[in-house]
Design a protein around this ligand. Structure first.
Ligand code: GLV
Ligand code: MG
Length: 349
């Protein structure tokens, strides 16, 4: 670990000062697009106003013979598009791939000023972040960038999960973490072939009825990702960075997608990936706090005055802790309302 004194020094002469705080901007969905596809590139200007984060994907799902076209397509889109207040991210290829170095070198050189965050897949430990950190500092210095590019890591190997706290705190560039359930399942030898979501075989069953042992027993499906997601949220918050749910691969199952996203929202995540336009609306709905919760939270804050002591509201006890819970909801609502006029009206802000 670098000492606190050195932690915020640039890692290359002439590189910008590292950020002291990670900006928390609307982040409900990280919308993936395939920059090698001409059709996808042509849709970007119409998608930008609909999403909080637009991400050009260079890694998995881009065939090996399309990697260079994807990189070039991303650079073209980044250079020619006005993103307004929508964040621009890219997911580069993994550190052990033949493409990572050119992905980072070319993107930082050509469109580094426009890029908010680089998503690095398959991060296994702090050492991976340290390498990316120094490389980015060198490239920022070489190309005269004024603002540091932030790093987002995907948690998608067993070793990465074992080291999640160190990864989250490895550099001031660390912006957040996403769960990568597909690669993580493979790395752990889990026996699900789905991309995120539940599995009907992962369940608990009611005890048998002693008087009727053969009677059917109720089961409840459990969440395969609960442990990892909860660890990831704690690691992120402990290090001042942002947690995101990752992909939900069954595009047609919008109901289960909404459930999975909502579990992540309730557990502390700020957003999820959208892999298809239909998931943009789901993420927007789920990661914007519900109107009745926001109104209730405003009532609690109002009733609690200076935020200390205790009051009863509709038969429910409120105190210093519940007012903090309510502030989380209202502050998120206020931040999102600034971007979204419909939400502003619905929240009455
Ligand atoms: C995402 O990259 C995943 O592996 O789930
Ligand atoms: Mg993956």
């Amino acid at each position: 670990m670098r000492s606190p004194k050195h932690f915020f020094q640039p890692l290359a002469l002439g590189a910008p000062e590292p950020a002291r705080e990670i900006p928390f901007k609307p982040s409900r969905m990280i919308h993936f697009f395939a920059p090698n596809s001409e059709k996808m590139r042509s849709k970007v200007p119409s998608i930008v106003p609909k999403v909080d984060v637009l991400l050009g994907n260079l890694e998995d799902a881009v065939a090996a013979d399309q990697k260079e076209a994807a990189r070039a397509g991303f650079i073209e889109v980044a250079a020619s598009t006005d993103f307004g207040d929508t964040q621009l991210w890219t997911r580069v290829n993994s550190l052990d791939s033949p493409w990572f170095l050119d992905d980072v070198m070319q993107i930082v050189e050509k469109v580094g000023e426009k890029l908010d965050v680089i998503m690095v897949p398959k991060v296994e430990g702090a050492w991976d972040i340290h390498y990316v950190d120094r490389l980015l500092a060198q490239l920022e210095a070489r190309h005269g960038l004024k603002k540091p590019i932030l790093v987002h890591a995907i948690l998608e190997t067993a070793l990465g999960v074992a080291n999640v706290e160190e990864i989250a705190g490895a550099s001031p560039r660390m912006q957040g973490l996403s769960l990568g359930p597909a690669d993580l399942a493979a790395s752990r030898r889990m026996k699900t072939t789905r991309v995120g979501g539940g599995h009907p075989g992962y369940l608990v069953r009611q005890d048998p009825n002693p008087d009727d042992p053969e009677a059917p027993r109720a089961t409840a499906q459990q969440d395969l990702w609960h442990y990892t997601l909860a660890r990831m949220v704690d690691a992120c918050v402990a290090n001042g960075i942002l947690p995101y749910y990752g992909p939900f691969g069954d595009i047609r199952d919008t109901v289960a997608c909404e459930d999975q996203f909502r579990n992540a929202f309730l557990l502390g995540c700020v957003g999820a990936w959208s892999l298809h336009p239909v998931q943009i609306g789901i993420a927007k709905k789920v990661f914007s706090p519900p109107v009745d919760e926001v109104k209730w939270a405003m009532r609690v804050i109002e009733a609690m005055g200076d935020g200390t002591g205790a009051v009863m509201l509709d038969g429910k006890m409120q105190d210093d802790a519940t007012v903090k819970q309510c502030r989380v909801v209202v502050e998120l609502a206020q931040m999102l309302a600034e971007k979204d006029a419909d939400l502003k009206e619905a929240y009455g802000l």
